[in-house]
Design a protein around this ligand. Structure first.
Ligand code: SAM
Ligand code: DTB
Ligand code: SF4
Length: 328
């Protein structure tokens, strides 16, 4: 019975159909499928909605680093943990533009600027608005991730030309309090509402490998897929364990569980870009290829994420060539 209803939903993932509501048991059912069947199903959904050989590339820049008031247990930038990350003030505009030009020349289509804030002060937001305008003027898509937004801030970002706002649900609502105590899952949802209301594309996903259960992972996927409108972009991050944080010694997740999470995101959010995000540096080329087969069609591109490393451009170019992937 379970299998029948899931298959019907997958069939309804055709580009023109309205999107169904997902239940936790159904998504658990996806996770429990034999891996080859799951990949087959995910690949079918992927091909019905996207060019299966095209991968979008976004470059990241940390424009304000460290010293964050929040206590996210995975994060190198929280002021509460003794990590190697050096604090840096909000970057001058010219340095941001220079970095965006380099990213564009290397082949990134989107430039994402991240700030270690609980949320931006209006005076800081004004400086970020200039960054958005100038990056947009280079002909790149723009994305920022600045934390929680107050009334009116999303509209200002929209007016400056922002294409995407990244704000991850990060983990299942039921597990959230074990990872973060300084704000709530509902706070995150409020900001997503503001972003959506301002007409900005939503980028929202999560991190796995934080000690959550499979059911927590499935619940995160359900919570993302059942948003009033699914995010246009869904980053799936594998925990990068950061020395000094409470998650420094977390055991590594089975890589196939990561692949299953990508497939579950692809099947439940058929028209969203699913991004194979943090943790790629530690992945083999073969594991990354399996993630693309599971329906990932976007990556972070360039040597750095925010404070940690990412595969270098030469390695990614070689991987794209070996797999016959085209960059978009
Ligand atoms: N402060 C803002 C916020 O929390 O939304 C923006 C920056 S925050 C670093 C952006 C996202 O990076 C987090 O929501 C989390 O999903 C991801 N992230 C941070 N540290 C990570 C880590 N060690 N491993 C994997 N993902 C991580
Ligand atoms: C997202 O989901 N992953 C990116 C981006 N959005 C901002 C950040 C990953 C950060 C990994 C750890 C670090 O470099 O500090
Ligand atoms: Fe701050 Fe964002 Fe890191 Fe949380 S994830 S500590 S809000 S920078």
């Amino acid at each position: 019975m379970q299998q029948v209803s899931t298959l019907a939903k997958v069939a309804s993932a055709a580009p023109s159909a309205s999107l169904p509501h997902w239940g936790i048991e159904e998504v658990m059912g996806l996770y429990e499928m034999p891996l080859m069947d799951l990949l087959w199903q995910a690949q079918g959904v992927h091909r019905a909605n996207f060019d299966a050989n095209a991968v979008q590339r976004s470059s990241l820049l940390s424009v304000k680093t460290g010293g964050c008031s929040e206590d996210c247990s995975y994060c190198s930038q929280s002021a509460r943990y003794d990590t190697d990350t050096e604090r840096e003030r909000l970057m001058p505009l010219d340095e941001v533009i220079a970095a965006a030009k380099v990213a564009k020349d290397k082949g990134a289509s989107r430039f994402c600027m991240g700030a270690a804030w609980k949320g931006p002060k209006d005076s800081d937001l004004d400086r970020v608005l200039d960054m958005v305008r100038e990056v947009k003027a280079l002909g790149m898509q723009t994305c920022v991730t600045l934390g929680m937004l107050k009334d009116g801030q999303a509209e200002k970002l929209k007016d400056a030309g922002l294409d995407y706002y990244n704000h991850n649900l990060d983990t299942d609502k039921d597990f959230y309090g074990q990872v973060i105590k300084t704000h709530t899952h509902d706070d995150r949802l409020d900001t997503l509402d503001q972003v959506r209301g301002a007409g900005i594309n939503v980028c929202s996903g999560g991190i796995i490998g934080m000690g959550e259960s499979r059911k927590n992972r499935a619940a995160l996927i359900v919570q993302l897929a059942n948003l009033p409108q699914p995010p246009e972009s869904v980053p799936i991050n594998n925990l990068v364990p950061i020395p000094g944080t409470p998650m420094a010694e977390n055991p590594r997740l089975d890589p196939f569980e990561f692949v299953r999470t990508i497939a579950a995101a692809r099947i439940t959010m058929p028209r969203s870009w699913v991004r194979l995000s943090a943790g790629r540096q530690e992945m083999s080329d073969e594991l990354q290829a399996m993630c693309f087969l599971a329906g990932a069609n976007s990556i972070f591109y360039g040597e750095r994420l925010l404070t940690t490393g990412n595969p270098d451009v030469e390695r990614d170019e070689a991987l794209f060539a070996r797999l016959g992937l085209k960059a978009i």
